[in-house]
Design a protein around this ligand. Structure first.
Ligand SMILES: [Zn+2]
Length: 422
């Protein structure tokens, strides 16, 4: 009963840091919000000059500058004057959804043209003695941290969706923990996650979600934690709170898990091979065409086709390790080629001895087959000694914040349980 009430308890909270200490404001040029006569979801513009009549046109597919000017009842001469001005060439590549605001005076003269490329970027053309000069306006979004947590009920993807996580953030979450957790085989109902990630806002409207700043994943009772850190060279990576890299030499799952796990049944078995004997790898049932990735950096030592293996790719990693990928639909690498971790090496198929599309994956240590799911892998690298101090200073507050939210929602859920028990 308890387990059921916890797994049914998904929190999706949006909280703002109260002291705004996290809020990044790097506005290069502060532009007041403009309330236009026409309501628009994009309000990025300079204040309209008084006494002008404003017309707005949204760029549609196939639109040209001439068409936009025509629809605003402006002439070919106007088009020419604007497009031949110094900044005119930035009007050559228009994209659907961009907005033009035409500020026209009582004589029909185009006094101002606001070319709004996005909520963050616009170009303002101003009339001056028959020519136009332009000024670029850039805005930086306000970045706020959002907290989410969830309990796995079905797949990571579906449970994360229920916790109101954007797709991009779900992918990043899986990438961060993909070195430690096999999201196909190791995930269990009751596993849980919580995370803090950036949301970008402009004028109170959400633009998009950004990076995960800290996250925690509990898989079969074991908790993994990760925190993002940007080093002094500007490179960002994820580390454990102790400063060990989350990135390891090998991925746990060498394929795109989201192609399998959206409808993935946790208890499903995979009777894939006709011949069970001498089965020395792991089989990942996946739709045909699912991308297969190199588990680690290495060199392709063999590719080809045999009746048993179907299309195959073998990769050597340093002196010690070899990984093998069988039954591929397509091979995407050649023998002798150097590959990077997570590089596409082929796609899932059912070539060779296979009753259905799946990836057969083998992991060899010094020529001996090992279970890729349990084999002890090379240790992760610690953060550089020179970065250690800065790392601790900058990541501790984020981790503390994550812990605070976790505790707050635990409390809320306990109180909720008590309430429902009464
Ligand atoms: Zn197999």
């Amino acid at each position: 009963m308890l387990a059921a009430s916890i797994s049914g308890c998904l929190f999706a909270l949006l909280m703002y840091p109260q002291d705004n200490s996290y809020t990044k404001r790097q506005i290069t040029e502060s532009i007041p919000i403009v309330v236009q006569e026409q309501s628009s979801d994009i309000s990025n513009s300079a204040p309209p000059e008084l006494g002008l009549f404003w017309k707005e046109q949204k760029v549609a597919k196939g639109d040209s500058l001439s068409l936009l000017f025509q629809r605003a009842n402006l002439s070919a001469t106007d088009v020419y004057r604007v497009s031949s001005s110094k900044s005119g060439k930035s009007l050559r590549n228009l994209f659907p959804g961009e907005i033009f605001r035409f500020g026209i005076d009582t004589q029909g003269q185009l006094e101002e043209l606001h070319y709004i490329k996005s909520p963050l970027e616009s170009l303002i053309f101003t009339h001056n003695n028959g020519t136009y000069s332009a000024q670029k306006h850039l805005r930086d979004p306000e970045i706020l941290l959002s907290y989410r947590q969830g309990v796995i009920a079905d797949s990571l993807y579906l449970s994360a969706k229920k916790a109101n996580l954007p797709d991009k953030v779900i992918m990043e979450l899986a990438n961060i923990f993909g070195w430690d957790i096999d999201f196909v085989f190791d995930i269990r109902p009751g596993d849980s996650f919580s995370l803090l990630f950036e949301d970008r806002y402009i004028d109170g409207e959400k633009l998009s979600s950004g990076n995960i700043m800290a996250a925690s994943f509990t898989n079969r009772g074991k908790t993994y934690q990760a925190v993002r850190y940007q080093n002094s060279k500007g490179l960002s990576n994820y580390y454990t709170p102790e400063g060990l890299s989350m990135r390891k030499a090998f991925l746990r799952t060498p394929l795109d898990i989201f192609r399998i796990s959206s409808g993935f049944n946790l208890r499903r078995k995979h009777p894939i091979h006709k011949k069970i004997k001498a089965h020395r790898g792991v089989d990942y049932a996946a739709p045909r065409g699912t991308p297969v990735y190199a588990a680690g950096d290495g060199k392709v030592i063999a590719t080809g086709y045999t009746k048993a293996n179907g299309n195959y790719v073998f990769i050597q990693h340093g002196q010690t390790y070899v990984t093998k990928y069988l039954h591929l639909n397509n091979k995407k690498v050649r023998k002798g080629q150097t590959v990077r971790q997570r590089q596409l090496v082929g796609t899932v198929g059912s070539t060779g001895y296979a009753t259905g599309p799946h990836l057969h994956y083998e992991f060899l240590v010094n020529g001996v087959h090992r279970n890729p799911r349990t084999v002890k892998l090379p240790q992760a690298l610690p953060i550089a000694q020179t970065e250690k101090q800065a790392f601790t200073r900058r990541t501790a507050p984020v981790l503390a914040q994550l812990a605070e939210y976790q505790a707050a929602t635990r409390l809320a859920s306990t109180q909720g349980d008590n309430a429902s028990a009464n």
